[in-house]
Ligand binder design. Structure first.
Ligand code: PLP
Length: 402
């Protein structure tokens, strides 16, 4: 018999969506994959060269559990530049992707019975990790069209058991980018009620409206002593499989992570650590600029296509690389006996009949949502989005005729 904690975990919903697409592709169908949470672009040459050099130099051994000291120093410099506040190597932990950083954070601060506020729709790993730590997720809904949470709703969710809030801006799946006002309000709440902030900023490079990404520690510097800023190179450098992330946090969290990582993964992959160190030393930012431009162009094309949706408000796609559609109006207008009666059904229909893979909002805790990635190769993204628009626009007529 398995431990109870396993039954608390949902299957990875995005993996399930991709599995369905993979099966369809194996059956010989030309599926356009708009389900993936990654950008289809070659990683920078500096990263690849750094990895090859590390292999040839025989960098095969364990590293410090929280990462190579020069890499921690280089990451501290990067975080300092990006947040406008000063961070040193001692403030940084290198992790196996943002996912490990988030797990370190919840394992370091949560006890059974603690509550953690999570803004929903949310990436499903947040509640799963909170449950793994024996704590309780408390959801606060962020509503369309902005998907920016209302601070009064967050305040209403605070109880004497609240130990932390997890925020994620730019957001997966909604693409929302939190502005300074909401970040400061969340910061004030955390200070007043003395809870931790776990800020997942792994899409920080991908903001397309209103300037650059702003971290909560920039918007509200006095939360720094209670904030764990989690980030990764996974999305930024298109190396999701390399598993390299990091977080910046107060000293007690760094010490906790040192223990946690030494007993779990030992250290993040040594070759990836050297590769990123090389990139941070020699990279001139050109890859990051190309990547941003590519996504910004894809977003513009995508928004133009999606603006011809009839019964769905076009998404904003302010950040990350996801368009998130609210299908509630479309679904509500479908005939009662219609075989397609939910966003889940629509996602199935898109795969079965339009050959487009995307992700239904249910896995993000939102039965009305539909997530489409604009990280797909641009020509395919265009084809895929046109098919999505055609399918959604024809849905009512088709269902009424059925
Ligand atoms: N956080 C969010 C919001 C994500 O969407 C993802 C991946 O999809 C991660 C963290 C995981 O990042 P990594 O691959 O660096 O572990």
């Amino acid at each position: 018999m398995l431990a109870q904690r396993i039954s608390l975990l949902s299957d990875s919903g995005t993996a399930a969506a991709r599995e369905a697409a993979t099966l369809a592709i194996a059956a010989g169908r030309q599926i356009v994959d708009l389900a993936a949470g990654e950008v289809f672009i070659e990683p920078p040459s500096s990263v690849r060269e750094g990895a090859i050099a590390a292999i040839n130099a025989g960098r095969n051994r364990y590293t410090d559990s929280i990462g190579l000291p020069p890499l921690r120093k280089a990451v501290a410099k990067k975080v300092s530049a990006e947040t406008g506040t000063d961070w040193r190597a001692d403030d940084i932990v290198i992790t196996a992707g943002a996912k490990q950083g988030l797990l370190d954070a919840v394992l370091a601060v949560l006890d059974p019975g603690d509550e953690v506020i999570i803004i929903r729709p949310c990436w499903p790993t947040f509640p799963s990790q909170v449950l793994l730590a024996g704590a309780k997720p408390v959801f606060v809904e962020a509503r369309p069209p902005t998907y920016i949470p209302d601070i009064t709703r967050i305040r209403a969710a605070v109880t004497p058991h609240t130990k932390a809030i997890i925020i994620n801006s730019p957001n997966n799946p909604t693409g929302a980018v939190y502005d300074r006002t909401i970040l400061q309000a969340i910061g004030d709440l955390a200070i007043n009620y003395q809870f931790w902030i776990v800020s997942d900023e792994c899409y920080s490079s991908f903001v397309f409206t209103g300037g650059r990404h702003e971290s909560i520690v920039t918007a509200h510097p006095s939360v720094r002593s209670r904030t764990i800023v989690v980030n990764a190179f996974s999305k930024e450098l298109a190396i999701t499989g390399w598993r390299l992330g990091y977080f910046a946090a107060p000293p007690e969290i760094i010490s906790a992570a040192k223990k946690l990582q030494s007993h779990t993964t030992s250290n993040a992959n040594v070759i990836a650590q050297h590769a990123i160190l090389h990139h941070l030393q020699v990279g001139d930012g050109s890859f990051e600029r190309v990547m941003h431009q590519r996504l910004s162009d894809a977003r513009s094309v995508g928004l133009r296509i999606l603006s011809s949706l009839h019964d769905v408000i076009p998404p904003r796609g302010a950040g990350s690389f996801f368009f998130y559609l609210d299908l509630s109006r479309l679904v509500a207008d479908l005939p009662v006996r219609s075989p397609v009666g939910s966003a889940d059904d629509i996602v199935r229909l898109l795969l079965d009949e339009a050959d487009v893979a995307c992700v239904a909002g249910a896995i993000f805790g939102d039965v009305n949502g539909l997530r489409l990635s604009f990280g797909a190769p641009p020509d395919l993204m265009e084809v895929g989005l046109r098919r999505v628009v055609e399918t959604l626009n024809n849905l009512k007529t088709r269902q009424t005729a059925a």
